[in-house]
Write a protein that binds this ligand. Structure first.
Ligand code: FUB
Ligand code: ZN
Length: 669
């Protein structure tokens, strides 16, 4: 299955002729790469299959159809014959080059687990098209090169002159570098990597604090993360220095506003403001650079900002970005439902942030938030068949929302292309002689503990039930501890903050843990430690050792802090990691054509039964409860009708036509 598996470490060795030493990430915890985790799961297997069979081919075909490749070809034609210029349409975006980059990144991840000659050749042919458009000194930005005298209106009259206003020259670099590294790791070919290195070198020469350089920071963050990664791959410290420059000068150049998180130096920030994708990418970049440089001021700043998000700016679906005004965070507690922005890219960015904070701090609370985003506000951004997408992911609809196969600004579909194939890389991590199990999905994984091989597998039907078996399939590493995340929702915490709380009578749900059939919870063999993990103490694991967990998964009702005006008097329903919603089609059958979910009143203490539905050929567990439909009789008196209400997982909404949808349901009049 994985003949092309080429771990970063081996590849880095081949680079050492050119570079001095392969640097470590600096994070105290190392994730087990997705290439070492083979998914056998129904829930995620279906998503991975849809990405491979539908999303990535669709994105490539849209890149062709919408002229994304033509931009590179035009730029090449101009480089060959400067008398040839091409109109750069205002209706396009100066970051359209990033859609091929992001799709190549996702496709490269897929190549590592599903070798595919045709796909590899196709990617090669696109890289040829991209590389030909590179200017002799490495600059690669088709929005200018096609027509240097009349570039895209956002591009500015000369290189970098409008970067801070929106040219996206550095954003393009960031996505190119991420994609090129993925391609290099998948194929061992330096073809794309060398192109990206040439552009990165051009940026390092021309952008910086020295005399003669453009002292600017990215109008849209991402090169920070990408350059830190390029440093790891090449060992060339100039890329890390450049990433640090791009962070340290934010707030000190001409751009000084919240939209780009440039209102003050990054280490002085303590509230999440401005464009949510820019913000999340910046915080992730800060974590990467902090891990590599040991700069604790960066870490303190992202810790403060994370607290602010989790306690005042996070949707129950794990989405961030409350407003379409600047695609931005709102004020504290400003969390409207129908107009929630919750861009799919922002959910992906916030996943990066939580992952990195876990790698820095080793606390399960970051994964609790990550899991909430992942199972709800992130995968809602792509249909179950992988073929249509949401850009914003609202928590209420009157039927005006519908997933689309592509967008003029296609950042979200191409981000899905690269995120979903990387998902298996979020399951496990290793620190010294501890193995972390962070996500629950059926898989078989190989990891290195103390330099020796360990193989684990998981069997589970999570998130539909909470039974998980972890089996040790091989252990050449001797003794190690196993740290299993006990989700916050199981311990009575909706989030690691007071923003939401459970409003039912269930004190907290229970869980059990057996080791080779023996109950071990709260013994010296297994205790819940302060980091939020059920820690199975250091032991010499043997092949066939089995840890069996059972997490209770009762449906629970949640209310929001009273400061969240839009959710007052309302509840939302969850089960396990999933947030549920009411959607019009499920009411119709029950109330014969007169079922308007906006007139629903749920019971004060609702009881739920589990049900099942097939949505887009995919089975989901539903929650069924009694409720009332409010109406007025002829005399104007309130006249409630009893109804049975079916709730579906939020991520599965709008697969059966557009209609009304609500995550928050009225409980109090
Ligand atoms: O500016 C590039 C991308 O386009 C942003 O990340 C998205 O929010 C969209 O505006
Ligand atoms: Zn997006």
């Amino acid at each position: 299955m994985r003949t092309l598996l080429i771990p970063l470490l081996c590849l880095a060795t081949t680079l050492q002729a050119k570079t001095s030493e392969h640097p470590a990430t600096g994070y105290p915890i190392t994730p087990v790469p997705f290439t070492s985790v083979s998914v056998t799961d129904n829930f995620w297997g279906q998503r991975l299959r849809a990405t491979r069979e539908v999303t990535v081919p669709l994105a490539f075909s849209k890149c062709e159809e919408t002229g994304r490749y033509r931009n590179f070809e035009n730029a090449t034609a101009h480089l060959k014959d400067p008398s040839k210029v091409f109109e750069v349409k205002e209706s396009t975006f100066p970051f359209d080059d990033t859609d091929p980059y992001k799709t190549i990144e996702g496709a490269s991840y897929l190549l590592q687990t599903y070798p595919d000659k045709h796909l590899r050749h196709y990617i090669d042919s696109i890289i040829d098209i991209i590389g030909a458009a590179q200017e002799p000194d490495g600059y690669l930005y088709t929005a200018r090169t096609q027509n240097p005298a009349h570039p895209h209106p956002w591009s500015g009259s000369s290189r970098w002159s409008s970067e801070e206003q929106g040219s996206h020259e550095l954003y393009n670099l960031g996505h190119m570098v991420e994609a090129a590294i993925a391609h290099y790791q998948a194929t061992g070919s330096r073809k794309f990597l060398d192109i990206a290195i040439r552009y990165a070198d051009c940026v390092c020469r021309e952008v910086g604090p020295a005399a003669g350089q453009a002292c600017i920071v990215p109008g849209h963050q991402i090169p920070e993360m990408a350059l830190a990664k390029l440093y790891l791959v090449t060992g060339d410290k100039k890329y890390l220095d450049e990433a640090k420059f791009l962070l340290d000068y934010r707030g000190k150049t001409t751009i000084v506003h919240e939209y780009s998180q440039a209102h003050r130096p990054v280490v002085e920030q303590d509230e999440a403001v401005g464009h949510a994708v820019r913000a999340a990418y910046m915080y992730a970049g800060m974590a990467d650079v902090a891990a590599l440089t040991g700069d604790t001021a960066y870490i303190h700043a992202i810790d403060r900002i994370w607290d602010n998000i989790v306690s005042k700016k996070l949707y129950i679906t794990g989405g961030i970005g409350a407003t379409n005004q600047g695609e931005a965070f709102g004020k504290n507690y400003e969390l409207p439902n129908m107009t929630a922005y919750c861009e799919t890219c922002a959910a992906i960015g916030f996943t990066y942030v939580n992952h990195r904070l876990f790698l820095l701090h080793g606390e399960s609370k970051y994964y609790d938030v990550l899991e909430r985003t992942l199972y709800n506000g992130l995968i809602s951004g792509v249909s179950l068949d992988g073929g249509t997408f949401y850009y914003p992911n609202p928590l209420a609809s009157n039927g005006q929302h519908k997933r689309q196969p592509w967008f003029g600004c296609a950042c979200c579909p191409s981000n899905i292309c690269r995120f979903i194939p990387s998902l298996p890389g979020y399951v496990y991590a290793v620190r010294d002689r501890s193995v972390y199990v962070n996500l629950f999905l059926a898989n078989s994984a190989t990891m290195t503990v103390g330099g020796k091989r360990v193989q684990l597998s998981q069997q589970t039907s999570y998130p539909w039930n909470g039974d998980i078996t972890i089996t040790v399939d091989k252990n050449a590493a001797g003794s190690f501890a196993l740290k299993i995340r006990i989700p916050g929702w199981l311990q009575g915490h909706v989030l690691p903050s007071d923003l939401y709380s459970y409003s039912d009578d269930i004190k907290s749900q229970g869980y059990t843990c057996t080791l080779n059939g023996e109950e071990v919870l709260n013994t010296t063999a297994a205790t819940l430690t302060a980091d939020g993990y059920l820690t199975l103490a250091d032991r010499k694991w043997k092949k066939g050792d089995r840890v069996q967990l059972h997490f209770d998964m009762q449906p629970r009702t949640v209310r929001a802090d009273a400061h969240v005006r839009e959710d007052r008097g309302m509840i939302c329903v969850e089960r396990g990691p999933l947030v549920y919603c009411a959607e019009r089609p499920d009411g119709y059958a029950a109330a014969e054509n007169d079922f308007d979910i906006t007139r629903l009143l749920v019971n004060q203490k609702p009881h739920f039964q589990l049900g099942s539905l097939t949505i887009a050929n995919t089975p989901v567990t539903t929650l069924i409860t009694d409720a009332q439909l409010l109406d007025f009789d002829a005399q104007g008196r309130l006249s409630p009708t009893d109804v049975r209400l079916t709730l579906i997982p939020y991520y599965a909404w709008c697969h059966r036509g557009s209609g009304k949808m609500r995550v928050w349901l009225r409980r109090d009049l």
